[in-house]
Design a protein around this ligand. Structure first.
Ligand SMILES: [Zn+2]
Length: 72
């Protein structure tokens, strides 16, 4: 239940950023964020999709301690 909610929020947030992130990296940003959420929900930590540093789960949201990006 919480997984579906988190992913829905993440994907919704990404819709406006998608055009400038299609750099041919193989994974769309939406797919990267979905992978990050899988890690956050399963292990409590994952790689930040923005800077690649460690992102941790706090209060139901993902937060990067390096660049300050958040997933909610
Ligand atoms: Zn970051």
């Amino acid at each position: 239940m919480s997984t579906l909610t988190a992913e829905s929020f993440a994907l919704h947030e990404l819709e406006r950023e998608e055009p400038r992130t299609s750099d041919g990296g193989g994974l769309t940003l939406a797919m990267k964020v979905a992978n990050v959420w899988e890690g956050l929900l399963a292990a409590g930590a994952a790689g930040c999709p923005v800077c690649g540093a460690r992102m941790v789960r706090a209060a139901g949201a993902g937060r990067c301690a390096s660049c300050g990006s958040g997933l909610s």
